[in-house]
Design a protein around this ligand. Structure first.
Ligand code: NAD
Length: 321
């Protein structure tokens, strides 16, 4: 019987699909340090971003046939090494794009009205200092008409562009490889309207200089951050940076400095260089909106991720009944 360990959780629908196909699925969390003893018993390991599948662990698991990543980034897996050992590495690159794009906008709407601070202060002082707080938070801005730099115009970047266009933002995407993309405005959800908008990418420097909101959607696997002090000095005064891509892609110390110096208006972070122990200065900063790496953590994305992984694993082994 094929044995599957879902170590970072998996949607119950996927467990049902895999069990019905005749596989044994264990949706349990084995701590990273215990995996060398436990993982060799399994044919498949399903992970998200938390569990690390490195070379040393792979060497201990000669029975492992599939490493399945629920989500996009494969930076927690030694992919080339696994493949060199004949292990299939699979992921679900499209399943969470809309959820990540929507989280980026949740943060942008929040930053535009300082919700990250107003929420905290209303809880503590809302009954005693209502009028002062009302005054303090009376300088919000609208997103319509603002320039939205999108760094990385792949699946998530394009989903972001779709929402940005619908909101009336001026989108400025940047990509190393993509020159243009047709953004299908199917969100209008009307049988009578078919609208596809051709959007061309721009120079990185232009996006830095013009953006009111700069949102990051690039992969990152170490090395120099894509946005650091030098890039921030080229940005508009008061601009906001949103990072839902990977922690290291944005220099966190440079970000704190730029916000404290009044160069940037604030930032939003779903990802951190040092997960799961992000820098306290980032978490406590009144101008930074934070979430604990939940870009793909919606009911819809998790359902799609589970279904897509189950389909791929069943296609690989066939029905075991
Ligand atoms: P994708 O591969 O579809 O798109 C990434 C794009 O970035 C590509 O078109 C690539 O050419 C471009 N790119 C790479 N390096 C670049 C650079 N230096 N400058 C400009 N463009 C560059 O990937 P995607 O599905 O859109 O996902 C993007 C990233 O989002 C993932 O790599 C992952 O790290 C992150 N992500 C985060 C969450 C979350 O929970 N917060 C969830 C899913 C994905």
């Amino acid at each position: 019987m094929i044995r599957i360990l879902a170590n970072d959780g998996i949607h119950p629908d996927a467990v049902t699909l895999l069990s019905e196909a005749g596989y044994e699925v264990e949706d349990i969390k084995i701590p990273q340090e215990d995996l060398p003893n436990i993982l060799p018993r399994y044919d498949v390991v399903i992970v998200r971003s938390a569990t690390k599948i490195r070379k040393e662990l792979i060497d201990l698991c000669p029975n492992l046939k599939i490493i399945a990543r629920g989500g996009v980034g494969l930076d927690n897996i030694d992919v080339d090494y696994a493949r060199s050992k004949g292990i299939t590495v699979m992921n679900t690159p499209t399943a969470s794009s809309q959820s990540v794009a929507e989280l980026s906008f949740s943060h942008m709407f929040g930053l535009a009205r300082s919700l990250q601070r107003a929420n905290r202060e209303m809880k503590d002082h809302g009954t005693t200092r209502f009028k002062e707080l009302k005054k303090e938070y009376s300088n919000g801005i609208e997103l319509r008409g603002k320039t939205l730099g999108i760094i990385g115009f792949g699946r998530i970047g394009q989903a972001v562009a779709q929402i940005g266009i619908a909101l009336g933002m001026n989108v400025l995407p940047v990509d190393l490889e993509i020159q243009e993309a047709n953004i299908n405005m199917d969100m209008l959800n009307s049988e009578h309207i078919r609208l596809s908008i051709k959007v061309e990418t721009e120079e990185f420097d232009k996006a830095l200089r013009k953006s009111d909101f700069l949102t990051m959607h690039v992969p990152f696997s170490g090395g120099k951050p894509l946005i650091g002090t030098e890039e921030m000095t080229r940005m508009k005064k008061g601009a906001f940076i949103i990072n839902t891509a990977r922690g290291g892609a944005l220099d966190e110390d440079a970000l704190l400095e730029a916000i404290d110096a009044g160069k940037l208006g604030g930032a939003a972070l779903d990802v951190f260089a040092n997960e799961p122990k992000p820098k306290a200065e980032l978490l406590n900063h009144p101008k930074i909106s934070v979430t604990p790496h939940i870009g793909a953590a919606t009911l819809e994305a998790q359902t799609r991720i589970g279904q897509q992984l189950a389909d791929k694993i069943i296609a690989f082994f066939g029905d075991d009944k």
